[in-house]
Design a protein around this ligand. Structure first.
Ligand code: DGJ
Length: 981
């Protein structure tokens, strides 16, 4: 048992706020562990700090795309090669460029003995702004006369404050002498005529220093540079030769520490754009292999590799079992693009790190934008990378437009999880509209067949495990509702024939609480790639000049040990890197929704609270119906003040009574909605999503507040702060019962699909920062919002409104595939239950709910004395096993059991306790027991049945099985085994 958990168990009754203050709150997916603090705009600020750290350690890692002209490849391979880095400085003091500036550049090379093999062009193209070499010259023996002509992309010179720009070239060196390369000063040289398709605007010439030409300077590329002789490049398979070179330009100090560019719509300066070439690594998880221009990312049981291709594109190499650096060279030679057909997409999607819209790419793409001149094709090329700890950022720059896509990778080594996201940066002076922006493309290796597993469903039947063989074509899982929705979870697993304990499985999950899309595209030849991100349905995201937007994180997991191990990895990941208060025992909950529905009165709530406390509940939540005007669905949402008729003195007396009974107190809210019949709507009818000329769509008799508008967010923070300050409230159940429709907030033309979710995150973060002791449950008409994004901000979720204990088993079965049990609330309600009318005995209902976070949601006022006594026993028993259930390792045991039996086991983190559950709706064929083989025990250990005292060896439990009695209808069993000391 983790020490924190043990401590929580012992001191469970300590003051709530004190406990909360010890916890770390507001954790974000993808956020560094040390920086999980709740604060406004927390994710952005945190990332700023991450980048700031990297910047502070600003060193230059010689980074040169391994680029060669195709006809040089053989010769290049035969000759010794050295790398030097060529830096091109831009002295903006001489003037300012404009987007669209372009021209023919000539770079004089003055180093005898160097032969440029073509990398200048690509290297400079990597700069994204200078262009491509159109003519190659060798410079053997020539000092003065050689020039490299560049066919430029638009040249944008830096805004004030920026002094340098870094480029990289590969030079082949004929001898072992250190190489020194100077590139002369660059001065404006007039404004030749427009160059049609290639150049628009001005032409420039690059000359040696001092060779100033006539004409007003528009920009000045000047003294550039220092060539950096490199040590020998390491052999493939050697540890990554980390070659760092302090960045110095003659006459200038170290570069300024840059701040992040990730803040959405924040004005960027050049200093905020990731350094094109940099990197310092203290990571064993991320290795840059300069010999191959490749990156090898490794965590527990997996490797992920990609390289910079000859054309500057990022070429995907591997996602699967662990590889060594020496394997990467072989992967480079294994080029699936060697041959092709003109009928195919080119490049094939499964060979690309990020599939962009442009060229002959006809497969599912991840990124599509529209530039101000109407061009809707991208042409991104590698421009540099940065490694900081376990994070890698690779900058792709458009060859023509001042637009970057920064691909970020973060390895969670212990869980074998790779987090990815993409930052889109508009460095230009014209807006860019993003039409599609997935977080990542995930190429999978070739396998002869593919099976997909996902969590499909609908209202009251969420997270049903769905498994199908993939055929050629696209599997599209998505939500267009502005919330993750009930139809599917943003989670997908793909395998080539894996079982629970064997076989390879690849899985991705998106941390986004809005509309999302996962596409698995399988070509006829078995090539598969997955695209994951925000949905492009109705998406139109303008990026103003000098701003950026970062996609949500998509996490990917690979395992070679089957679906059980996949589940373990996702659970560990959620506990260690996603959930707030990851090691804190979740309380036994009582929720009054099904007991009283909208008829919330203090007397009946106190009566319920008394009975709930008597059963051992620790948190009492008053659901919908406590606030002003809320007699039914038709009114009140938006006015988060207690109904004065029923609570004349506010909620404080009820909350205090609940505290006196020894429980925490919580209330239900639906902050994003507003009833037309509410004070809020009457005061601000313009605060909702609506089109001026179209009817407003009501859903559950509410509109959706536009959290894209700052004044709406401020209002909600103030309202919730007021509520939480008005009474000792310890918890919120945060619900949303409608989709996003009429996607216009009337003010901001940017996409509400994105802004609404970011606005929600901001409001939650601000509320949590103001009230760090408050716990939050996520709910959206049951399980409509249970993604990694919301889970990073809430303690648990409500997986479904369906509290039928039998149907709940299937919902929980699917939920646990993707999510840890410590996030899975489950109530014991009345029999028959109100949605399905099924009658189920108390024992079965409790056992079913004890598989997650135990809650009670029945009308306790109607429960008999026997039922209350039985319930109290179950609660006591649950508290005995809840550390194991909430934080343990889950195993599905169904494979051993007959079809109508559901069985699962939980093993405590320290292996000291096992809880084994078995359920059968109806036991037939004279069967009175099931024999369940347990998994992953210590074969030499002895496990003692806590009820009977029977002793079993681990070997027997694993290889023969545990005999569990199941008799009659709605039969259920809970066997608790303690490991003998
Ligand atoms: C939907 C939730 O799923 C229910 O649990 C309940 O809170 C209702 N909303 C209240 O309106």
């Amino acid at each position: 048992m983790p020490p924190q958990v043990a401590a929580q168990l012992e001191h469970r009754r300590e003051p709530l706020v004190a406990e909360a203050q010890q916890q770390v709150t507001g954790r974000q997916v993808g956020q560094p562990d040390a920086e999980r603090v709740a604060q406004p705009g927390g994710q952005r600020a945190r990332l700023d700090r991450v980048r700031g750290r990297a910047d502070a350690a600003d060193v230059v890692h010689r980074k040169a795309p391994l680029l060669a002209w195709p006809d040089d490849t053989t010769a290049a391979a035969a000759e010794p090669r050295r790398r030097v880095q060529l830096r091109l400085g831009v002295d903006q003091r001489a003037g300012h460029g404009r987007p669209g500036d372009a021209g023919v550049h000539e770079i004089p090379a003055v180093q005898t003995g160097c032969r440029l093999v073509g990398a200048v062009g690509a290297g400079l193209a990597g700069l994204g702004r200078l262009g491509e070499v159109v003519q190659r010259h060798d410079v053997h023996g020539s000092v003065e006369g050689e020039r490299y002509q560049l066919q430029p992309a638009p040249l944008r010179l830096e805004p004030p404050g920026e002094r340098e720009r870094v480029g990289a070239v590969d030079l082949r060196v004929g001898d072992d002498e250190p190489v020194a390369v100077h590139v002369g000063a660059v001065h404006h040289a007039g404004r030749p005529a427009r160059r049609g398709a290639v150049g628009r605007g001005h032409h420039r010439r690059l000359h040696r220093r001092g060779d100033d030409r006539a004409g007003p300077p528009v920009g000045q590329l000047h003294d550039v540079a220092v060539a950096v002789p490199a040590p020998e490049v390491g052999r493939a398979g050697d540890p990554d030769p980390v070659v760092v070179q302090p960045w110095r330009r003659r006459g200038h100090g170290p570069p300024p520490v840059r701040r992040s560019s990730v803040r959405r719509r924040r004005t960027l300066t050049w200093n905020s754009v990731p350094r094109l070439v940099s990197g310092v690594t203290d990571s064993t998880a991320i290795r840059h292999l300069p010999d191959h221009d490749a990156f090898l990312l490794t965590g527990s049981g997996f490797s992920y590799a990609f390289a910079v291709g000859a054309d500057g594109s990022l070429r995907h190499l591997h996602w699967g079992g662990p590889l060594g650096a020496s394997d990467v060279a072989a992967l480079l030679g294994d080029d699936a693009r060697d041959f092709g057909s003109n009928t195919w997409s080119h490049p094939r999607a499964h060979t690309e790190e990020l599939v962009q819209h442009g060229g002959r790419r006809l497969d599912e793409t991840a990124l599509k934008v529209e530039f101000a001149d109407g061009v809707r094709a991208l042409d991104l090329a590698y421009a540099g990378h940065r490694i900081a700890g376990d994070e890698l950022a690779v900058t792709l720059t458009d060859r023509h437009y001042p637009f970057d896509a920064v691909l970020s990778y973060r390895v969670r080594p212990d869980e074998g999880v790779l987090e990815r996201r993409c930052e889109l940066v508009n460095r230009g002076e014209h807006p860019v509209v993003v039409d599609r922006a997935a977080s990542a493309s995930w190429p999978l290796p070739w396998r002869p067949r593919w099976e997909a597993t996902w969590l499909a469903g609908m209202y009251a039947a969420e997270t049903q495990v769905t498994r199908r063989a993939l055929g050629p074509g696209r599997l599209v899982l998505e939500s267009r509702r502005g919330i993750p929705g009930h139809a599917a979870q943003p989670w997908l697993a793909l395998d080539a024939g894996a079982g629970d304990t064997t076989g390879e499985v690849w899985s991705v999950a998106l941390a986004w609480s809005g509309s999302w899309r996962l596409v698995g595209e399988l070509a006829f030849d078995g090539r598969l790639h997955v695209t994951a991100g925000v949905n492009d349905y109705d998406l139109r995201l303008p990026l103003a000049p000098g701003t950026s937007w970062t996609t949500p994180v998509v996490a990917g997991v690979y395992t070679a040990a089957g679906h059980d191990d996949l589940t373990d990895r996702w659970h560990r990941y959620e506990r260690r890197h996603v959930a707030p208060r990851p090691d804190t025992i979740r309380p036994v909950l009582y929720n009054s929704w099904e007991a009283t529905f909208f008829d919330v009165r203090p007397e009946s709530q106190v009566e319920l609270a008394r009975r709930a406390a008597g059963l051992g509940a620790e948190l009492f939540v008053v659901d919908d119906g406590w606030f002003a005007g809320r007699d039914d669905e038709s009114a009140g949402i938006g006015d988060w003040t207690p109904d004065a008729r029923r609570f004349p003195d506010g909620l404080a007396p009820l909350a205090e009574e609940v505290h006196r009974l020894g429980m925490r107190f919580g209330v239900w809210v639906e902050p994003e909605s507003v009833s037309p019949d509410s004070e809020l709507f009457r005061a601000h009818p313009d605060w909702i999503f609506q089109w001026p000329t179209r009817p407003r769509t009501l859903a559950r008799q509410t509109h959706l507040l536009a959290l894209s508008r700052p004044e709406v967010r401020d209002h909600l923070v103030t309202a919730l702060d007021g509520l939480l300050s008005s009474a000792p409230i310890d918890a919120l159940k945060w619900d949303l019962n409608r989709p996003l429709t009429e996607a216009s907030d009337g003010v901001d033309a940017s996409s509400p699909w994105i802004a609404q979710v970011e606005g929600l995150y901001e409001v939650i973060d601000r509320v949590r920062a103001l009230h760090p002791g408050v716990w939050i449950e996520s709910c959206a008409s049951g399980g409509g919002r249970a993604d990694l994004g919301i889970m990073s901000r809430t303690e648990w979720t409500w997986p479904s409104d369906n509290t039928d204990a039998l149907e709940r088993l299937a919902i929980q079965h699917g939920y646990l595939r993707a999510h840890s049990p410590h996030t899975m609330m489950a109530w014991v309600t009345d029999s028959p239950t109100y949605l399905t009318k099924r009658e189920i005995p108390l024992r079965f209902r409790f056992h079913s709910a004890m598989c997650g976070l135990l809650g009670i949601g029945g009308n306790l006022a109607t429960w008999s004395t026997d039922e209350l006594a039985g319930a109290a026993e179950h609660v006591t028993r649950y508290k005995h096993i809840r550390t194991t259930v909430q934080f343990g390792t889950v195993r599905r045991l169904d494979a051993d059991a007959p079809d109508d039996v559901t069985a699962l086991s939980y093993q405590a983190p320290d292996g000291g306790q096992l809880a084994v559950f078995a359920f059968a709706p109806s036991v037939r064929h004279l069967r009175r027991t099931v024999l369940l083989r347990l998994r992953d025990l210590d074969p030499a250990a002895v496990y003692v049945d806590a009820d009977t005292g029977a002793r079993h060896s681990g070997a027997l439990l694993m290889h023969h099985g545990l005999r569990v009695p199941l008799v009659g209808d709605y039969a259920s069993a809970l066997v608790v085994l303690d490991r003998a000391p």
